[in-house]
Design a protein around this ligand. Structure first.
Ligand code: BTN
Length: 264
């Protein structure tokens, strides 16, 4: 059965949820941000922007995000968290957990979180999360949480920079994207309602496959010569920062904004 996204089928699948669907757009992040900050018709709680194809999809650290139409779930959810700036990573935690819990019934415990915000199976990336805060002066207007989840994306023969996989590739059969989308948004509602609750941080920490493993941290912008160091990913603190024990015994606190990380 085709699971092509259309406005009418999304309306039927998502019920009362406010959403915008764009068969093709630059980046859902930009549409969601404009909607969140629209004076006359601001995005209500639970609002989400879904696209079938992006021409300027963004990933973390200035990377682009590419997915052929029909192959993935690409969405941006608008959150209005009441959080101090140092805890904004909780929006990313909420999104990562929502994806993890939506796909675990299909894929089992092999799927884990890779700090700070990838959903992976072993070393292969299944989903990425990009959180962008929108400020109105010094006030937080909204946080736009972007999710790119590979459902049947094929990576053979592509020059994808990190090893990647999709739900269908792991299962050996096709799942329905509407079912995955519904499950994902239900879990996102759950965690968005608990954004300040310690249980969010605890659940995120417990599901981080990165902890206890050797990691290599690349700091600096992607195209500049970057400082690289290795150590053991010891733990995370409540802001979401990774605490890495270096060989020297020194402990480094790593902020998600500053690094990319490879488990070695
Ligand atoms: C990453 O792992 O680098 C994050 C990728 C986030 C991709 C999603 S797709 C929907 C939303 N719109 C974008 O332009 N990016 C996010």
């Amino acid at each position: 059965m085709s699971d092509h996204f259309t406005h009418d089928l999304l309306r039927a699948a998502l019920g009362e949820r406010p959403f915008k669907f764009l068969p093709q757009t630059g980046s859902t992040q930009d549409i969601a941000r404009e909607w969140a900050l629209d004076d006359r018709d601001p995005a209500p709680p639970g609002a989400v922007v879904i696209a079938e194809e992006q021409t300027a999809g963004r990933g973390r650290q200035g990377r682009t995000w590419l997915a052929p139409p029909g192959s993935s779930i690409m969405l941006s959810a608008v959150l209005h968290p009441d959080l101090p700036p140092e805890h904004l990573l909780r929006c990313t935690m909420a999104a990562g957990l929502a994806v993890l819990e939506a796909v675990k019934p299909l894929l089992g415990d092999a799927v884990t979180l890779k700090w700070p915000n990838d959903i992976v199976i072993g070393r292969k990336k299944l989903c990425g999360v990009l959180s962008e805060a929108s400020w109105i002066g010094a006030e937080l207007g909204a946080v736009i949480v972007g999710i790119g989840l590979n459902v049947r994306t094929r990576f053979e023969g592509t020059e994808f920079p990190t090893p990647a996989t999709s739900i269908d590739a792991e299962l050996g059969y096709s799942v329905n994207r509407y079912d995955v989308l519904r499950a994902l948004l239900a879990r996102l509602d759950h965690w968005a309602a608990r954004i300040s609750d310690p249980v969010l941080f605890e659940t995120w920490r417990t599901n981080l496959g990165t902890l206890g493993k050797p990691v290599t941290v690349h700091s600096g912008p992607p195209d500049s010569p970057s400082a690289t160091f290795s150590g053991i990913a010891e733990s995370v603190d409540e802001t979401g920062a990774l605490l890495v024990r270096l060989e020297s015994g020194e402990r480094q606190r790593i902020l998600a904004a500053d690094v990319s990380l490879a488990e070695s």
